[in-house]
Design a protein around this ligand. Structure first.
Ligand SMILES: [Ca+2]
Ligand SMILES: [Ca+2]
Length: 330
């Protein structure tokens, strides 16, 4: 029986591997529905601290999965490649609730770390719905995914789906892209965007980030438009620098509060070849607002995110939530 992926009957851990029932049991998996015309079971690989997996679509969960944990310490999943032609892993954060960063955005209480990887940044806070890609050496050793939790008492939970992508797959992200979107429109938010920083907690932004968000150019499309995500229900949809607690709430998030160009030198997003709706061209965007729209025809479609190491002159920043759509008239 070929080890193909299958759809489980579970509403959260939805992808499994089709295996003979005895193999599923032997691997520590959980059978969830049948496959191969009833000859196999759809086997969910669900693992937690200190465990090792050799299955695609393994779900790395907190120890008290389906409930929260208040325990501390490092929790590591070791991932072996399913074969010698795996070039990327995708980490899908179905659930991700860890401690918030400190007032400067540093993840020094809790953090997620991946080794060996030079591209995956330390993140923490609330990141459900986010994802990351990392390039791996097809012939390299195991990859370790670690959630490290320090002393503070809080309820933590995580469900991280680890997908293995073969080198010749159509799903491979361009090398070096931390995030990759393949639809013609969508929403891209910064890590921990959903936090609600208070003046005392400081920031929702995570410090020390430098990554690219790539968007796959669809057939027949030639450009991409970035706009603030007005459906997010907050006017904090773009707060990267300066004091968000001090600005008039009617101005916050609007083009009038945007900062552009070389005035953006601490935290900013970069849209190569960007031109706003008033015809002004800039690569860098920061401040407490974003233009009505920024269009670029430069390929590949990429948004870069830069966060420096602190929030020295900033307060109440949440990061960004931007909506993109590809266009055919360039
Ligand atoms: Ca900031
Ligand atoms: Ca900063």
């Amino acid at each position: 029986m070929q080890r193909s992926t299958c759809n489980t009957t579970d509403s959260t851990l939805t992808v499994g591997t089709c295996l003979p029932s005895t193999d599923c049991n032997r691997s520590g998996g959980r059978s969830s529905g049948t496959c191969a015309r009833g000859f196999g079971v759809c086997c969910i690989a669900r693992h937690s601290c200190g465990e090792t997996t050799s299955y695609n679509n393994t779900y790395f969960v907190n120890p008290s999965f389906n409930s929260t944990d208040s325990g501390t310490g490092a929790c590591t999943l070791t991932v072996n490649r399913v074969n010698t032609s795996i070039c990327q892993l995708r980490l899908n954060f179905i659930d991700f609730q860890l401690a918030q960063p400190d007032v400067d955005g540093n993840c020094n209480v809790d953090f997620l770390a991946v080794s060996p990887s030079s591209t995956v940044p330390r993140i923490c806070g609330s990141n459900s719905g986010q994802h990351m890609y990392l390039d791996v050496d097809p012939l390299g050793g195991p990859v370790r995914v670690t959630v490290d939790r320090s002393g503070i008492a809080m309820n933590r939970s995580w469900i991280i789906q680890v997908t293995q992508i073969t080198c010749d797959s159509r799903d491979t992200a361009p090398s070096g892209c931390l995030q990759y979107y393949t639809t013609t429109s969508g929403i891209v938010s910064s890590f921990n965007f959903n936090s609600s920083p208070t003046p005392s907690s400081g920031t929702g932004q995570i410090a020390g980030l430098d990554y690219g968000v790539c968007v796959k150019m669809a057939d027949g499309y030639c450009g991409i438009i970035w706009e603030t995500n007005s459906a997010s229900g907050t006017n904090h949809t773009f707060s990267l620098t300066n004091n968000a607690d001090a600005i008039d709430k009617d101005v916050l998030g609007s083009p009038a509060a945007a900062t552009t160009g070389m005035d953006c030198n601490t935290d900013y997003v970069m849209i190569p070849g960007g031109t706003d709706d008033t015809g002004v061209s800039n690569d860098r965007y920061c401040g407490l607002g974003f233009p009505n729209s920024v269009t670029s025809t430069m390929k590949p479609f990429t948004l870069y995110v830069h966060q420096d190491s602190d929030e020295a002159n900033d307060a109440g920043n949440r990061g960004f939530s931007l909506r993109y759509r590809q266009i055919t008239n360039c």
